[in-house]
Design a protein around this ligand. Structure first.
Ligand code: SF4
Ligand code: SF4
Length: 153
């Protein structure tokens, strides 16, 4: 599905419902649409002191983008960046990758945590059946994310 600016969550939800009338699907793996990184990469991410200490010692290039416990900051000016510096578009595809995937903050690793935030953020993992049964959807999400974060449900 192409990455495109969408309207509010209700718009997105009704679009999902329309597009899935024929075949009802359940939650799928992340398709790298990049929406979450775009939404949170400009000041919406948190980072721990331990993560910053690790970057300071072992990943100085990442540490350059930290200022006063905040990410991602312009290394030259110290100002908040508008776009995460590690978000890279795949050439000729509507997909995005993380340049520091194995060293990204837990806040990135844990996303998405709840079905509610997926709906709010128009995350493309979610499907029609998930909207009808959010409890089951949360269990499915936790299974998909089992290698990335603790269970929420
Ligand atoms: S660090 Fe990686 S996962 Fe986190 S917002 Fe940036 S590109 Fe996305
Ligand atoms: S977690 Fe959701 S919003 Fe983020 S890249 Fe994957 S499909 Fe897109």
């Amino acid at each position: 599905m192409p990455f495109e600016p969408l309207g509010n969550s209700r718009c997105r939800v009704s679009r999902i419902r329309c597009s899935l009338k024929v075949e009802e699907k359940t939650m799928k793996e992340c398709n790298s649409c990049g929406k979450c990184c775009t939404k949170y990469g400009n000041g919406g991410l948190s980072v721990t002191d331990e993560e910053i200490e690790f970057w300071d010692v072992f990943r100085p290039k990442i540490a350059d983008y930290v200022r006063d416990g905040k990410i991602w900051m312009n290394p030259k000016t110290g100002e908040q960046l508008e776009v995460c510096p590690w978000l890279k578009k795949v050439p000729n595809e509507e997909k995005y990758l993380c340049d520091i995937y194995f060293d990204r903050p837990d806040d990135c690793k844990y996303y998405p945590v709840t079905v509610e935030e997926m709906i709010r953020d128009e995350c493309e993992m979610i499907e029609l059946k998930d909207l009808d049964n959010p409890v089951k959807a949360q269990e499915t999400l936790d299974k998909i994310m089992v290698d990335s974060r603790p269970s929420y449900s």
